[in-house]
Design a protein around this ligand. Structure first.
Ligand code: ARG
Ligand code: ZN
Length: 841
């Protein structure tokens, strides 16, 4: 059953207040609700319908009188008075058997909830839609030392707690946690003097992994005050770490719940990238308090209203906390890897989709990451001050409301007087625009002619031109900046811009800072830009383009690695005036999946093993080129100060480890072994282990690592994942299959399942092995996981989304597996929707 944006209607009642009482029991939890409903005069006439799933109804009353509702598939209907009334009901639920991890469930003996998007209906009968906002009071009875819900505590005693959240909220922000947990405490005083108690609740044993997350929370609270003028609005802010969780984390009001991988951190067990990700996710969930909670979404089609904006805000935060240039490059690598693949395949959908079957399938890179890019473009177009004014108006005008993208764009129109109707296409059309540029130079004038086209997709048959902010600069022949960054506003399918008074032809640096999420085709002087571009993103991009073009030439024409690329990289990497983190990024190559896509776009059929071989050849060429400089590069980037997961130290380790991976090709892993033996932090230990596996001498270290870390779930996830990622393409699926036999392969735990199968899907040449064994293995396990956890199964289906790129043999192998999964009896709605969309292309 498909749900459409155009069919939106308001709910016929307001929920004035909600009182819930939980009596916890693993298999027989009782939930009593008391809700005051008043008719909504603005809504069309409708039956009184409450969502409800997997609930055993014990009793229902209206104004104290027993009623007998009609139970339907997804809820109940009931005759109600045409006046305000009190709804009371009692249901029984079974948290211990809730393996889908949606609603109230159990994880390692603790109770927790995940209600976004539509999980609250598995807790009690309710109008489970984000535009119904209410004030919640929650009572929890249960034999657990810690009993938590949203808002402020009213009373707490042994086995009993009452909570009151004064801020009206939709049900998806409800949360409950109960268990034997330990609090890591903190404190924050807001700008206007409110004392806020902070707690990070973890299971015993994890106390030593809380300090970093707590500091990240304080930094986030301060940043949102300083940059967006947003203060926290309760006296308490709780975070809870949970081992079994489908996504990263959840912004429940005053009670954020986190996948433990997204909050627990320590020097010994977490990599620098883990620390950075944790800091960003803590900020993301905290920032939702205003962009998501105080102002929420009218319906789930508006998901990007809160997610795009909150991702944009967390990217600004990370840029301020760390290095803005490094963050930008990382974000673009991620966007190209995940969002472009989605937007250029059968799962393409607009940032604001217009229909869905299962909303959980739309928590996508397009909604999140492209949604953030759209806001970034808007800010570029209107300027920083107008952006700040418009956002201030948004908070002012819409606080306490459930809003739409129209509301969001309106504050920008009202602030700037701009007409944003064409800009809005970024929200309504699917597909990645292709932007091509041609240059002419005559009479001291450079003319740039831009052409935009967006390929049609199932979601958008006939895409219309976008408003594209194109940031441009000009670099002179001797490397000086002739024109600083200038924003060109492209609105037509084809459009020219001229630059005069240029006695010598400059090199055009186009799409600086990646000013729009497009695929750029520009025959630029990349070697010159790599040496001289004054925009750090485009300087990196010039190297990336040289690398990509060289690899494509090696793959399609059998050419040698491009000396201009190798020379340029050599100079940059040895330029000690540049940030080590930036130099480490310079040593990266485009992913094999990205190369496969580029080949497909250029009309070639990608051969995964040939792509893999080309990348190996290129790495070998880099190792040879950097040759004698590598030991010095490695040594110069060893950190002797005590460990800090900050930008400076992480940058040094990133460059040191980039050097190590090239060095390993020359010393057969000797340095990697030395690093493994002396590592005092996970970044160094894991990088060394990866290199030892690559050098073919990892067996001892793999065993030692397992012995050392067998009791640490998060580190063991790395151990499972790394062996697959570093496997030879010939045995990647065998390695993955072997790991599923390991006693610690708890496949019902999403982190562990993803460690093996997410890694397999990321191993391009391994997953796409010509035998089809990778496809079959993944399909076997998706069939097994689907009845247990549809949401995680459906997300993993995206591994198949690129199938149309490949040769007909691989296409039929993939198609057969997808059809085999689709033929499984009682396949979930989640997985059915994903696979049907993939296969119908
Ligand atoms: N709102 C959460 C976040 O962005 C994501 C939760 C999504 N969960 C889900 N089951 N769809 O941080
Ligand atoms: Zn979010």
């Amino acid at each position: 059953q498909t749900i459409y944006l155009k069919d939106y209607t308001a709910f016929g009642w307001h929920a004035q207040s909600v009182a819930l009482e939980f009596t916890l029991d693993p298999h027989k939890t009782r939930v009593r609700s008391r809700i005051a409903f008043t008719p909504n005069p603005d809504a069309p006439a409708q039956d009184f319908f409450l969502h409800g799933e997997a609930l055993a109804l014990i009793s229902a009353k209206i104004d104290g009188q027993d009623v007998t509702p009609t139970l339907t598939d997804g809820g109940l209907t009931c005759a109600v008075p045409a006046a305000p009334f009190i709804w009371e009901c009692e249901v029984e639920i079974d948290p211990a058997n809730n393996t889908a991890l949606e609603g109230l469930y159990m994880s390692n003996g603790m109770y927790c909830t995940q209600c976004e998007a539509e999980g609250f209906r598995k807790i009690t009968y309710y109008p489970d839609r984000p535009d119904v906002m209410s004030v919640f009071t929650v009572t929890i009875n249960g034999p657990h030392p810690v009993l938590l819900s949203n808002g402020n505590p009213v009373t707490a005693s042994e086995n009993h707690a009452e909570w009151h959240d004064p801020w009206p909220k939709p049900a998806y922000l409800f949360a409950l946690v109960a268990g034997d947990l330990i609090a890591h405490e903190g404190q924050f005083t807001t700008k206007s003097g409110r004392d806020v108690a902070l707690n990070l609740y973890v299971r015993p044993g994890d106390e030593g992994k809380c300090a970093f997350g707590m500091q990240a929370l304080k930094d986030s609270m301060k940043w949102d005050e300083d940059v967006y003028g947003r203060e926290y609005d309760l006296d308490l802010f709780n975070i809870v770490a949970v081992d079994d969780f489908n996504m990263g984390a959840m912004e429940n009001k005053g009670l954020n719940i986190f996948n433990s991988s997204a909050v627990l951190a320590s020097q010994a067990t977490s990599t620098d990238l883990n620390f950075e990700r944790i800091e960003a996710i803590i900020a993301h969930e905290y920032f939702h308090n205003w962009t998501g909670n105080r102002i929420t979404c009218r319906d789930w089609f508006q998901l990007c209203l809160k997610e795009g904006l909150t991702v944009f805000r967390d990217s600004q935060f990370t840029s301020d906390m760390r290095s803005a240039e490094v963050k930008r490059i990382g974000d673009v690598i991620d966007l190209r890897g995940r969002q472009f693949a989605e937007d250029q395949g059968p799962l393409a959908h607009p940032v604001r989709p217009e229909s869905f079957q299962e909303i959980n399938n739309f928590y996508t890179a397009t909604v999140y990451e492209k949604g953030a890019e759209v806001i970034r473009m808007l800010k570029t177009l209107v300027g920083d001050q107008a952006y700040a004014d418009a956002v201030a108006l948004y908070f002012d005008r819409h606080d306490g409301q459930a809003c739409t993208i129209e509301d969001w764009l309106q504050v920008f129109e009202d602030t700037t007087g701009r007409d944003l109707s064409q800009f809005k296409r970024w929200y309504s059309q699917a597909g990645t625009p292709r932007l091509s540029v041609s240059e002419t130079y005559a009479d001291e004038t450079l003319t740039l002619t831009f052409n935009q086209t967006t390929p049609p997709s199932a979601a958008t048959a006939d895409p219309q031109p976008y408003v594209i902010p194109v940031a441009v600069g000009l670099i002179g022949a001797d490397g000086d900046e002739v024109l600083p960054t200038t924003i060109l506003e492209m609105t037509q399918a084809e459009q020219s811009f001229t630059f005069s008074n240029l006695p010598i032809r400059p090199a055009a640096s186009i799409l600086r800072g990646f000013s729009a999420p497009v695929v750029l085709a520009h025959d630029a002087d990349n070697a010159h830009l790599l040496a001289h571009d004054t925009d750090s993103f485009n300087r990196w991009e010039a190297g990336r383009t040289l690398a990509r073009n060289a690899l494509l030439g090696m793959i399609t024409k059998g050419t040698r690695p491009d000396p201009a690329y190798l020379d340029g990289i050599y100079t940059l990497v040895n330029d000690t005036t540049l940030d080590p983190a930036y130099r480490a990024l310079m040593l990266g190559l485009p992913s094999q999946s990205e190369l496969a896509n580029a080949l497909h776009e250029a009309g070639h059929t990608p051969e995964p093993d040939i792509i893999h071989a080309a990348v190996e050849t290129m790495r070998e060429a880099l190792a040879k080129k950097l040759g004698d400089a590598l030991p010095e590069l490695y040594a110069a980037n060893q950190v002797s100060d005590s460990y800090q997961p900050d930008a400076t130290q992480s940058g040094a380790r990133a460059l040191g480890n980039a050097a190590l991976s090239l060095l390993t090709r020359r010393d057969a892993g000797a340095q990697a072994q030395a690093q493994y033996d002396s590592a005092d932090n996970m970044t160094q230990q894991l990088a060394a282990l990866a290199n030892l596996i690559r050098a073919g001498r990892g067996d001892t270290a793999v065993k030692a690592f397992e012995t050392q870390w067998k009791d640490d779930r998060l580190v063991m996830d790395k151990w499972f994942g790394l062996q697959v990622i570093e496997a030879d393409p010939e045995d990647a699926f065998e390695v993955a299959a072997g790991l599923t036999e390991h006693p610690d392969f708890n496949w019902k735990n999403p982190n562990r399942f993803r460690a093996v199968f997410g890694s397999l899907a990321l191993h391009h040449a391994g997953f796409h092995h010509a035998s089809g064994a990778g496809y079959a293995l993944l399909a076997d396990w998706l069939i097994k996981l689907d009845p247990v956890n549809p949401q995680t199964t459906a997300r993993m289906c995206s591994a198949f989304q690129t199938w149309k790129r490949y040769d007909t043999d691989r296409q039929s192998l993939i198609k057969a597996q997808v059809q085999r999964i689709l033929a499984t009896p009682n396949l979930s709605r989640d997985t059915t929707e994903m696979l049907s969309r993939i296969i119908s292309a």
